[in-house]
Design a protein around this ligand. Sequence first.
Ligand code: NAG
Ligand code: NAG
Length: 227
Amino acid sequence: MEKKIINRAILAIFTVIAILSFTTTHAADPSPLQDFCVGVDDPFSAVFVNGKFCKNPKKVTVNDFLYKGFDIASEIDNPQGVEATLVNVDKFPGLNTLGAFAVIKGTLYAGFVTTEYKLYDTILNEGDIIVFPQGLIHFQLNLCNSTALAIAAFGSQNPGRINVVDGLFGTTPKILDKVLTKAYQVNKTIIEELRSQFSNNYDHVSIDSARSLLLETLSQKSKDLEA
Ligand SMILES: *[C@@H]1O[C@H](CO)[C@@H](O)[C@H](O)[C@H]1NC(C)=O
Ligand SMILES: *[C@@H]1O[C@H](CO)[C@@H](O)[C@H](O)[C@H]1NC(C)=O
């Protein structure tokens, strides 16, 4: 009898914890279901729904991800002498749930690639802001012979960053040669040349061969088990 009561108490506590955790896990914006959602108010020019209607991806241009205007200070007409310019999804439709990249000084060429391999690219000047949709490969390059400065801000406690080339050619341990020669359709010599540009531990060739052999043996073993 006593045990039953204790069990009930435990169940009640778990229920309370479950309810608490249910309410706290919904504090963030929902994860995107597509590469991007350029917010529009008119459902007739849109396809998906995610807070705002999302603009038809076929009609989306790089300008939807671009906000210009922070190169000019706002008119100030209040006794505090302060003016804040709010840029939200209504002024900047591509911002919808994303972080932003702002150019403070100089000029940068920037772009990103969607999961359909479409490139959106543009030139960013001082005061311009672009959004890079979450998880999509993107780049910035200073094409001018002068310093550029930019600030990136993301809606996360722990915004991670992976440099794509380092992620392929500078990993520890190395990604197996076979993966890279297949993916890039070039020979091992070229892969090693690329690795030598990005890897800090290029001399661990023997370790790589041992790993390669081990992985091949394991693959073979799994296949034998299946048969
Ligand atoms: C770039 O700027 C530096 C410093 O002003 C100058 O020495 C150099 O010649 C410039 N290079 C080109 C390609 O304009
Ligand atoms: C690898 O490919 C390059 C470029 O096609 C070629 O010049 C080189 O001889 C090749 N190396 C080997 C070992 O096949």
